[in-house]
Design a protein around this ligand. Structure first.
Ligand code: CAA
Length: 385
């Protein structure tokens, strides 16, 4: 087993790290404070090929693999968690389903502008009354001639305010449960819909989170992704991949929290020595360092399985579950190491706690990841019993 990165992956890591050091880390505090979409940073990320990393070069993407994406996501999120989620949604939840389920015409129409950042995308699955129970959605897409007519409200939509392209999941046959769900690419410029409430969030404040309101929005049938009734599988497959991105985001946040706590522990003195010399602090640092390595191994395991074309949903759920809960633990300890300074906004420690928290919720809560892992584990057991 070889855990060394290839030359290509190392270059991606170094490039993303140096961009994060120069451009994102110095700006992250301001991005959080102002709570505005960091358009200038996103444009630079687009120019570096970070918005369509796995999109084939034929469609103006970087043509890279999942491991490359996970490595870059970790570095970008270490620099700025808001930039991390913007990048994650564009890659995993918008480009990926179009690449995987789209026709050649759909790929030509949407991928080049998404991969180069000329358009921003969003993914609309959750609703005011359905989050974990994704198939319980109420939004309808009813066929009418060459169009589908969309009605309903989607909630918690990352990039909702900026997106011109929306991968929408809706009921085309509301009598059925998941088998009546279809997926669409909605171009807001051709099929206008409303932007509802813009949420005032706990963390990742530079990314917008909105509701989307569809009122008799007509979408051409040619924009349906896959067959009618395939939408739930499109959504689930998309989220299997997305969870690798969010796990990497959590890891990036955890890393910067750890690095800052480590530095502080070598600078701050108490009782005549630096606090990093005390066993109590060293125990925390040891647990944090171990959690970071364990999370990265699980993420790379999931990415490698996806790249090998193997079944990987269980591994991506494990990676997201572990990395997000590890990030919460690490950021909590980092704040504790900073003492009173950790609790004030002048320092970064409290922001990392706020930014990390969402990774245990979006793209499937920790409870849903455990459900996915348990179901898969029990199925494997039954197959071999
Ligand atoms: N891949 C492909 N197909 C899958 C699948 C997967 N990973 N998981 C389930 N399916 C298929 C099943 O095989 C089944 O198909 P058949 O009927 O043909 O056998 C069908 O889908 C229904 O499966 P289930 O019976 O397992 O469905 P369920 O209703 O019990 O729900 C669930 C399963 C795993 C709980 C699912 O609802 C789920 O993942 N919920 C969480 C939703 C989520 O992650 N939301 C995040 C929102 S997006 C977001 O947060 C983005 C953001 O802004 C950053």
């Amino acid at each position: 087993m070889d855990l060394d990165l290839s030359e290509t992956h190392e270059i991606i890591q170094q490039t993303a790290r140096s961009f994060a050091d120069k451009e994102l880390l110095p700006a992250a505090h301001k991005i959080d404070k102002e709570g505005k979409f960091p358009a200038d940073k996103v444009a630079k990320m687009a120019a570096m090929g970070l918005l369509g990393m796995a999109v084939p070069e034929d469609y103006d993407g970087a043509g890279l693999d999942t491991l490359a994406y996970a490595i870059a996501m970790e570095e970008i999120s270490r620099g700025c968690a808001s930039c991390g989620v913007i990048m994650s949604v564009q890659n995993s939840l918008v480009c990926d389903p179009i690449k995987t389920f789209g026709t050649t015409a759909q790929k030509k129409a949407f991928l080049p502008s998404l991969a180069t950042g000329r358009t921003i995308g969003c993914f609309a699955l959750s609703e005011p009354g359905s989050g974990s129970d994704a198939a319980g959605m109420r939004t309808t897409a009813i066929r009418d001639g060459d169009d589908y007519v969309i009605n309903g409200t989607k909630n918690w939509i990352t990039n909702g305010a900026e997106a011109q392209i929306c991968v929408l999941i809706a009921h085309s046959n509301p009598v059925e449960r998941h088998k009546g769900i279809s997926a669409f690419v909605v171009d807001r410029r051709q099929s206008p819909y409303g932007i509802g409430k813009v949420e005032d969030k706990f963390g990742i404040k530079g990314s917008s989170t909105t509701s989307l309101v569809f009122e008799d929005t007509r979408v051409p049938a040619a924009n349906r992704l896959g067959n009618e009734g395939d939408g739930f599988k499109v959504a689930m497959t998309t989220l299997d991949g997305g969870r690798i991105g969010i796990a990497s985001q959590a890891l990036g946040i955890a890393r910067i929290a750890f690095e800052e706590a480590l530095r502080y522990s070598r600078e701050r003195s108490a009782f005549g020595k630096v606090i990093g010399d005390f066993g109590a602090i060293q125990e925390m640092l040891a647990d944090m360092a171990t959690d970071i390595e364990a999370a990265r191994l699980l993420i790379w395991r999931a990415a490698a399985a996806k790249d090998a074309g193997e079944k990987y949903g269980k591994f991506s759920a494990m990676a997201k579950l572990y990395a997000s809960e590890a990030a919460a633990r690490i950021c909590h300890k980092a704040l504790q190491i900073h003492g009173g300074y950790g609790y004030v906004k002048e320092y970064n420690a409290e922001r990392h706690v706020r930014d990390a928290r969402i990774t245990e919720i979006y793209e499937g809560t920790s409870e849903i990841q455990r459900l996915v892992i348990a179901r898969e584990t029990l199925t494997e057991y039954a197959a071999h019993a």
